[in-house]
Design a protein around this ligand. Structure first.
Ligand SMILES: Cc1ncc(COP(=O)(O)O)c(C=O)c1O
Length: 483
């Protein structure tokens, strides 16, 4: 006879809505403070400084809810990056939609795994429903399909596994052999693409970068590469085009690249992790014209659809491509059933076994705001990048590196120090970003572009206003003068 653990009383007490409300109140307070631009945008502490704060022994006994809430307020929230602050214009991680944030606790409470229908009857069906909506938006036919992923990296990896299976159907069992196919991608492709080449066993040296023109894959260079590979008798695993590149938010010409892939009988994968959400927009949809030519698409609702992490998706024009990509059997989980019957289990189409029902928050966000409003938000964040660009045109101490096609902009500081010492410009821009971010007034990011160190902003918070944009540039200029 085992004795009843005393902690069960605490666990039962924690089921009460008052405890949930205490946590929700912390999140609502954070929303309120950041929305009203109270406090710093990010921490000034070093990693060692923050680590010292939490340098304590493993709690052997529990603490009261009140003391934990107090610690969240004092030790956690203030030094997190505050993405909800309108002057956070850093990485491509969203200021999340509140409705989706609140839904997270319901998702966690239900704790469904959509890998198998029997573990998540509604979640599995809803994932199919939402994936079908997204496929329709992409212009895919009714036998299209897909699965939700942890993000764009997993989505692209999954898609390229399916492409590998199409080119080398026995690779799952026998490996890729000594003459693996090559993978072609733009020189500005996200590292997830070349990483997949390593992971899939074809080797990074078989990932060929196609040069860019205006930060987009040059279709003429792609044609030359495909023709040359054809003459050499080399097989091509896939061409990966980018819709919304990480560095500049630029869109490859999907119509032309798609036609080239059709002509050469090659699998086209579109990495639309960032920019596929343009499919929701009336005005920006033109940037993804031709996306339906792709055999697979990566699309991250946790980027421009402003969902909290994590919510990614891979879509395939023909669901069978995913079904055959993973040739594994697991009789204890997957039901083989009648061959004519549709397989609802998503585990057969995904890397994941435990598969969180992230679809719930996506479905709730669509129910609450509707797809058209999310498209308007997409336009609004792109318009903010445009405003940033226009503001830079008025300021001689800055230079834009490109015109924005979405919500991302790269630029450089050219103020007195940088102008008088062009050879030091990279260092000045590097230091400028570090010092500005430490000021707590705003937060921007940086990258290397065209051989230069440049500053970079991504507009992932629809609350950012023209005044915030001017404040960020004023703040950068003020720091720049001190360098
Ligand atoms: C174009 C592109 N592809 C893929 C990724 C990776 O997506 P995730 O971080 O969701 O894995 C990113 C992330 O920034 C991206 O910009």
């Amino acid at each position: 006879m085992t004795s009843r653990p005393a902690v069960l009383d605490l666990i039962e007490a924690d089921c009460d809505a008052s405890v949930g409300r205490a946590f929700v109140a912390v999140a609502a307070e954070y929303f309120e403070q950041t929305r009203s631009r109270e406090g710093r945008v990010s921490t000034a502490h070093t990693p060692a400084g923050l680590a010292a704060r939490f340098d304590e022994p493993l709690p052997r006994a529990g603490h009261s809810v009140e003391s934990i809430i107090a610690r969240l307020r004092s030790d956690v929230i203030p030094d997190c990056n505050r993405l909800f602050h309108p002057r956070y214009v850093g990485h491509q991680v969203s200021a999340p939609l509140p409705i989706a944030v609140w839904m997270e606790s319901v998702t966690a409470a239900l704790n469904q795994s959509v890998a198998v229908f029997e573990m998540s009857p509604v979640g599995t069906v809803l994932e199919h429903r939402v994936i079908n909506w997204m496929c329709a938006l992409a212009g895919y036919p009714s036998d299209a399909g897909g699965t939700m992923t942890t993000g764009g990296t997993e989505a692209t990896f999954t898609a390229l596994l399916a492409a590998r299976n199409a080119v080398l159907p026995d690779a799952w069992t026998n490996g890729v052999g000594t003459d693996p196919p090559v993978l072609l991608c733009g020189e500005h492709a996200h590292y997830a693409v070349t990483r997949a080449a390593g992971e899939l066993g074809i080797g990074m040296r078989n990932a060929i970068a196609i040069r860019s023109r205006d930060h987009k894959m040059d279709p003429d260079a792609l044609r030359l590469a495909l023709d040359a590979l054809g003459r050499e008798g080399r097989r091509v695993l896939a061409v990966v085009a980018t819709a919304g590149s990480t560095a500049t938010g630029s869109f490859d010409d999907l119509e032309t690249i798609g036609a080239l892939c059709d002509e050469h009988g090659v699998w086209l994968h579109v990495d639309g992790a960032h920019g596929a959400s343009a499919l929701l927009s009336r005005t920006h949809r033109r940037y993804v014209r031709g996306i339906e030519r792709a055999r697979s698409i990566a699309w991250d609702p946790h980027k421009m659809m402003l969902l909290p992490l994590q919510a990614g998706m891979v879509l395939v024009r023909n669901e069978r491509d995913l079904d055959t990509a993973f040739s594994q059997r697991a009789p204890y989980l997957f039901q083989s059933g009648d061959a004519a019957e549709r397989v609802w289990d998503q585990g057969t189409r995904s890397f994941l076994c435990s598969h969180r029902a992230d679809v719930f928050k996506l479905w709730v966000a669509l129910q609450r705001y509707g797809a058209d409003a999310l498209g308007e938000l997409y336009d609004h964040m792109c318009a903010n990048a445009r405003l940033f660009w226009e503001e830079i045109q008025e300021r001689p101490d800055f230079e834009a590196m490109h015109e924005p096609e979405s919500n991302i902009l790269c630029f450089r500081y050219l103020g007195p120090g940088a102008r008088d010492h062009p050879e030091r410009s990279d260092d000045i821009n590097r230091e400028l970003r570090e010092r500005y971010n430490l000021s707590g007034e705003g937060w921007i990011t940086a990258t290397n572009l065209d051989g230069r160190r440049v500053l970079r902003v991504t507009m992932m918070n629809p609350r950012t206003t023209a005044a915030d944009i001017r404040d960020v540039l004023d703040g950068l200029a003020a720091v720049g003068k001190t360098l």
